[in-house]
Structure formats: C-alpha cells, structure tokens
Design a protein around this ligand. Structure first.
Ligand SMILES: [Mg+2]
Length: 334
C-alpha cells in the first residue's frame, strides 16, 4: 500500500465518531417544573395565581406563553422590590430535584460509549429557565444548555427575555447540534451541509422527553433516522402520555425516568449506543475501502487521459507506471 493511502486510512481510523443525547428538562430529568416548585415560591408568589395570570396574559395579547411568564416574572419581582439576578437564579437552581440516578448517569453513559469507540455528548433543550439549569448540580455534564433565558441590565437584574424557547422553536437546536453551529445567534444553522460535513449525524442523536411539547423534536429526530424516547414519572407511573406518543409514532421507545444502571432507560440507551457503534464501524470501513480503491480510480482516469493524447511522453508513461504500482492487488483482467 502506498504511503499516501496509508496516511489517508490512518486519518480515517483516528476519528472518534460522536453522538448526542438531547434532554428536555422538566419532568424528563427533574420530577418538577423548575419555575413552579422552586423559583415562583422563592419570590413569595402564589404558584397557581402566577400561572393563571401569565397564561391569561398570553391569551389576551396573543403572546407566546414563555414570553408571557418571563414578562410576568419581571413585573412581579419589580412590584415586590425583589432583585432577580443571574446569581439568584443559580442559587435557586442548586435545589432542583432530579430523578433517581440522574447524577451518576452521564459518566456511566460516557464510559460505555467510549468503550464502544463513541464520544457521547449531552445537551439540554428546555423551555424552562437556562439560568436555573446552570445552577443545578448536573450543569457541567452538558456541552450546551439550550433554554429560555433573560437579558440582564448592567447591574445584573433580569429585564428582558434573551431567549424564549417554546416547543416548536426547540427543533432549531437539533439542527444546531447536528451542524455544530452552537451559538444561538449563528445564522449558519440554515447552511446546507452534506451528511459527511455534519458535526453529529442525525442518526446519532437521541432525544428524551416526556410530553406533547417534545413532539416536534421527537418527530424531527425520528424522521432523520435518530431515536426518540419518552419517559414517565416512576412514582406516579402515569403512562398515558407515553402510550399516546408511541401509538402516534412520535417515539420509538418509552421507559420510566429511572436513570440508574438497573433502569430500562439505561438498557435502551446502551443498545442504541451499540447500534450506533456498529453503524459507525461499518461507515469507517466503507470509507477505508474507498481510500484503498482511490489509487486504481486515479490510475484508470490517467490511463484514459493518455489514450486521448496524440503523442505519449516518457514522463507520462513513467507516471502511469508509478500510479499502477500504488494500486493494491491484481487489476489485470483475466
Ligand atoms: Mg418536560
């Protein structure tokens, strides 16, 4: 095998394929709605009253519901003279409850992936508040946290929505992850890319969510060859949503939100990683074979070019012989 083919093959083999697991947050990784159970009471607001007013505000003004609760939060906190800063949200985030097994989940999944030759990356795609998730104990596990967030005044007080993530615009983040266009304002997310150019192929993406607001992402991931998983609360055992999601073709699998090594979710994700690893090994071998056949293709096209020439120069003849030498195996027809 020629030096250049060997180098090309070594380069192909040294690439570690990537996969992404994208999680909704509320009721997927955490049993609660983050604003309802931590943030709103912490600001001495009545939770039911807060949501009733904010949802009514959305209806009355044809507003996005997320923009409505963000607006409501700023108005209410100002009225009660409570400063809501990024640090305040981070502090509240520390108290967010997580489902059983979540803290140890990421390392176990990453280790399993790495044993199969796959780099696993984790992403949050949530309509909840980014600053709260950033404060939670598991925040460092995520390559990116995509969620609603505030714009802060120079003295650090929340004063305007910076991002409002709702169930339909959640899908843009799947494209961002696949294309490696991570910044929320990067318009390159709409650039056309071939499968080979993708940062993470769509078939290597898993989306995990719990409800109807996850449907656009579940559908998108599934339709592009990835995997969608629905989860339900292990204690409440309320499976109505996942039964419907599965029956309507939104998800491929469902499991209780038990993230321990014994949970079904662990088995499903391990099997998917195995599947992705097998597909990636075959993809690598196909690429290696393309590299090995390249010298022959080069030789044949040079030969065809020479046949068109009226006079064959000695150095062309030598180059042709050189190209032939680089071809592996017997290429003379019997
Ligand atoms: Mg949810």
């Amino acid at each position: 095998m020629s030096q250049s083919t060997e180098t090309a093959i070594a380069k192909i083999r040294e690439k570690t394929p990537r996969m992404a697991i994208c999680y909704d947050f509320d009721k997927t990784l955490s049993p609660d709605d983050m604003q309802t159970f931590t943030l709103i009471p912490s600001l001495s607001m009545d939770t039911n009253e807060f949501w009733a007013e904010s949802n009514q505000l959305a209806v009355d003004n044809l507003m996005d519901k997320n923009l409505a609760w963000m607006y409501q939060m700023i108005v209410k906190s100002k009225a009660s003279r409570r400063r809501i800063s990024r640090d305040y949200f981070h502090d509240i985030g520390k108290d967010i409850k997580l489902y059983k097994g979540v803290p140890a989940w990421f390392k176990r999944i990453n280790d399993f992936g790495s044993k199969q030759g796959i780099e696993v990356q984790h992403y949050i795609i949530s309509s909840g508040l980014k600053e709260l998730v950033e404060g939670s104990t598991i925040a460092p596990e995520f390559k990116r946290i995509y969620a609603s967030s505030f714009l802060y005044s120079p003295d650090g007080v929340a004063e305007w929505p910076a991002q409002a993530v709702n169930y339909t615009n959640k899908t843009q983040f799947i494209f961002r992850i696949a294309k490696g266009k991570f910044e929320e304002c990067d318009e390159g997310v709409n650039d056309s890319m071939t499968d080979d150019e993708l940062y993470i192929p769509y078939e290597n993406i898993i989306y995990i969510g719990d409800s109807a607001t996850d449907i656009p992402c579940m559908r998108l991931v599934k339709s592009k060859g990835g995997y969608s998983i629905g989860v339900y609360d292990p204690d409440k055992d309320d499976r109505a949503k996942v039964y419907s999601l599965l029956n309507d073709g939104r998800i491929d699998y469902f499991a209780s939100a038990d993230y321990t090594a014994k949970g079904t979710l662990n088995d499903i994700v391990f099997n998917i990683i195995n599947n992705i690893a097998t597909k990636e090994k075959l993809r690598t071998e196909a690429e290696v074979l393309r590299a090995r056949s390249r010298p022959y293709i080069l030789y044949k096209s040079f030969q065809a070019m020479m046949e068109q020439k009226p006079k064959i120069m000695k150095r062309d003849q030598e180059l042709l012989m050189q190209l032939k030498k680089e071809v592996e195996g017997n290429i003379e027809s019997m």
